[in-house]
Design a protein around this ligand. Sequence first.
Ligand code: DC
Length: 228
Amino acid sequence: MTSWILALDGPAGAGKSTTAKHLALRLGGLAVDTGALYRAVTLAALRMNLPITCNEALSRLARSLQLRQTMTAEGDVRTLMNGEDVSEAIRSPEVDRWVSQVSACPGVRRAMVELQRSLARQGVPVVILEGRDIGTVVFPDAQLKVFLTALPAERARRRLQDLQKRGIQATLTDVLEELRRRDLLDSSREDSPLTVPHDAVVLDTTDLTLDEQVDGILLLMKERGWKG
Ligand code: DC
């Protein structure tokens, strides 16, 4: 079965994960968190004390890791690295700090793009992939491309809430600064920078509730022929 592909791109904190999770639950589909894969490569490199420089060692590491994702009954995406569930470990401030450098490396990206395409081939009716280059590089022929965005202050507020839920201390100013730093790195890198695909629908979630976001995307899917 060829799956219907929904490409959900946008900067950190725009609401991609929560939206992907709720859409997957509503539609009986699969959510793929591509940022988590870049985070797993970063975690592996940090654990091995590998210098975070774009070289063959980093690309080889990305190719050698066995990365898988599964979805829980609640719709949460879990990431497994060589059989270990690293879903919490990949959200550490240390990984946050280095992931943009790792994901800017073309050799790493090549390995991850290939992996993402294979993770999407699971014969489910719809696959929702969230990331930065899904609509531009990974699935340029996706049936629907949505670019989620929100004002930086709102994105930082959401990130801070997330961190606090996980017991990580931070201030709004620090989180905002970290988001801006990553936005800049992600959108200025040479290979597959974060950009709005020319054929994407831009959805600003600053003042939207989760239900409004999900319903809005479902409507767009129907307009594009989704019959589920
Ligand atoms: O969505 P996230 O914050 O978990 O993503 C972590 C990093 O990975 C982000 O700084 C940019 C990068 N990334 C990417 O380059 N391409 C993707 N498809 C997804 C994430």
